[in-house]
Design a protein around this ligand. Structure first.
Ligand code: AMP
Length: 317
């Protein structure tokens, strides 16, 4: 099974209570690939500038991620984002977003990337997500986005969401997108759109994640308990990599599988486990050489933490 991912491949500048990094490899597609490559073959699609060296490319290729469709634009500069975290690490301000080579990017997928069974449209301009979706013959597609595109390109984003199976957004972004007062109400509003995904995953920051399915099902996973968080950058994309990677692995084992509430509940546990490793170091540093057994150990712990006992009792009338 192969996953194609399109999204930002970037350099990030980070300011966090634990320290400062001027320029380290990042980007939504980069973080996604670090996690999804534990589960499946990954093909990354996106442009970089000629400041993106072979060493950076080798980091993107961790655990075999294929970089044949990463276009190196001669004379171009790689996407750059800079963020500054508040002391609680739960919120951050974007200081700089330089789209650079993404401004003129016209995605052309190779046949191998078109043929991948699973597609992840990581956070980037919604029009680019749609252009990639149109070229792909994937049978399961997920999409992530952010507040910026809800603010300035909402119509394009709504159209892109209508073309996928699973939407992944922060709880606040779901409410911003729909104007609904709760995350649940936001999910129901999207299920009411003429074209809509059959599953919606709400990322709840340091509180975990919830999946809602169109049939009324749902499941919530807490974050993995950690003593310290160094840098949350890319946690959402790493989470998505674990979720989508797990779904791809299950589809590989059973191509007729329905990606329903139970599959996505287990996928949330994998996404949470991979993201918990990401936040323990700057950028994706911890994931480069992490053995899969360390992800599995956290998956097992999260399964224990989410196993509810029988709560039946005779209540007074
Ligand atoms: P996350 O912490 O999961 O929200 O993802 C952070 C990553 O998203 C960073 O590595 C950034 O390079 C990337 N990013 C930030 N802003 C944008 C944007 N406007 N479009 C695409 N990627 C972005």
């Amino acid at each position: 099974m192969t996953i194609t991912v399109v999204g930002s491949i970037a350099f990030d500048g980070l300011e966090a209570p634990a320290g400062v990094r001027e320029r380290i490899p990042g980007g939504a597609a980069f973080h996604f690939a670090q996690a999804a490559s534990f589960y499946s073959d990954v093909r990354a699609v996106g442009p970089v500038g000629d400041d993106y060296t072979d060493e950076h490319m080798a980091l993107l290729a961790t655990r075999g991620t294929n970089t044949d469709d990463v276009e190196r634009v001669a004379g171009g500069k790689t996407f750059f984002w800079k963020g500054k975290y508040h002391d609680d690490l739960n919120s951050r301000d974007t200081i700089t977003t330089e789209l650079n080579v993404f401004e003129t990017f016209d995605p052309k997928l190779s046949q191998a990337s078109k043929d991948a069974d699973v597609l992840f449209l990581a956070n980037i301009v919604p029009g680019l997500q749609r252009a990639v979706r149109a070229q792909s013959s994937a049978k399961w597609v997920a999409l992530d986005s952010m507040d910026l595109w809800i603010d300035i390109m909402r119509d394009d984003l709504v159209a892109a969401i209508g073309e996928v199976d699973c939407l992944i957004l922060n709880d606040g972004e779901l409410q911003q997108l729909t104007g609904a007062p709760t995350t649940y109400a936001a999910a129901q509003a999207i299920f009411g759109w003429e074209a809509h995904p059959s599953a919606i995953i709400a990322k709840l920051g340091s509180y975990g994640a919830t999946v809602f399915t169109q049939d009324g099902g749902g499941f919530t996973v807490p974050v993995f308990p950690l003593d310290t968080v160094v840098d949350p950058t890319g946690a959402g994309d790493t989470f998505a990599g674990g979720v989508v990677g797990y779904v791809a692995a299950r589809l590989e084992a059973d191509p007729d599988l329905q990606v329903d509430r139970d599959v996505l509940a287990a996928a949330l546990i994998h996404g949470t486990a991979t993201a918990s490793h990401n936040v323990e170091a700057f950028g994706a540093e911890k994931l480069y050489e992490l053995p899969g057994s360390e992800v599995q150990a956290r998956v097992d712990r999260l399964v224990e933490l989410t196993r509810a006992p029988d709560a039946t009792i005779a209540l007074r009338a």
